[in-house]
Design a protein around this ligand. Sequence first.
Ligand code: HEM
Length: 382
Amino acid sequence: MYIPSYKEEPFEWYKSMRTQRIVREGNSVHVFKYNDVVTVLSNHNVFSSQFRDLLGDDIKNELDSRAAPSILILDPPRHTELRGLVSSAFTPRKIESYDNYIRELAAKMIENIIEKGRCDLVSEISYPLPIMVISNMLGVPEKDLKKFKEWSDALATSLGRGPDLRTQREMSEYFLNMIDRNSNEDNLISRLSNVSIDDKKLTDQEITGFSILLLVAGNETTTNLITNALIELSNHPDIYKELVDNNKIAGDIVEETLRFRSPVQSTRRYAKYDYQINGFNIYKNDFIFLYLGSANRDEEIFKDPDNFNPFRENKRHIAFGNGIHFCLGAPLARLESRIVLEEFAKRIESFSIERLNPDDRIDSDIMYGYKRAIINVKKINQ
Ligand code: HEM
């Protein structure tokens, strides 16, 4: 089966694959339709996320000695226990308390963009903002931010291509050193050190595993959401004008960007048992590739799916997944990108993004976005 490289737009390919619904190649099964993707994601008893069970003992031991497997790659019952613990330190209310901090950061970055007039949107705001927010939440000092960016890049590139052991090792050591059970600072690492359910606490390795997951799952994804939203607004100056007049539509623009240019294009499971999806046979140990980016353009679910329309009624995209692994960071990603759009529209009358090259696409088989996007802005005259 032909699979487009990460440098190509996948959407025409998805459209033709949706006519075949599900395609098998050896023991790999590729799923393209919305309802089929949801069926797999919501059926965690059959479709497992626990891929490490398939790794050799050597690699497993090497990985586990420092950072315990994160919730993203665990099945119940361990997933349920751990998710319960980490969610209590990561509630939507806690996230909302970062509103002012994020707004100030975004405002400062946008003022810089205005001063420059023409610059790279990604390096000026989409990239640094999420990493600064999550580092601040975790309690990482500013002097270590550069190291963090390098790690988060390396991990995003390795996603779907096997574990990057060197980076994992460096990050695990860093986080293990940060854990201080006696600290009374109010940051995520201290909160994670102290949360308990039925007297059960997270181990050092679990805190480390979760902190690494936050970096991997939270940075590159939100970066791409911010960039992708501004790219779409540059393609639709009429919608941008509406945003300038009424910043209450920022949330709708974020949701439509999630559907239309999903930052995470695909995810995976493996089958623990034989099963049928809509009459299609799945066999034990099959690898299942789930194309969220295709599901979000499914013409049977979304009217006129190739049209970017923030005002559509159906907003049930699955860009954050579905079922027990639904993205824990969704409220944070939504908040950050909404604030960027609001602060941007307060200050910038109009803008354009220069032609994007396939070489500027991020180097990942799973994530969708750009490494750079040159923007030209015109400030609002007060
Ligand atoms: C636009 C931004 C984001 C997108 C599109 C996104 C997407 C996703 C998706 C699709 C999943 C489910 C994967 C699966 O089922 O295989 C997921 C899980 C997860 N995400 Fe996000 N994510 C984003 C931002 C964030 C942020 C900002 C954080 C935290 C700082 C975060 C933390 C997590 C965690 C912890 C999980 C695992 C949940 C579990 O396994 O129970 N994500 N995300």
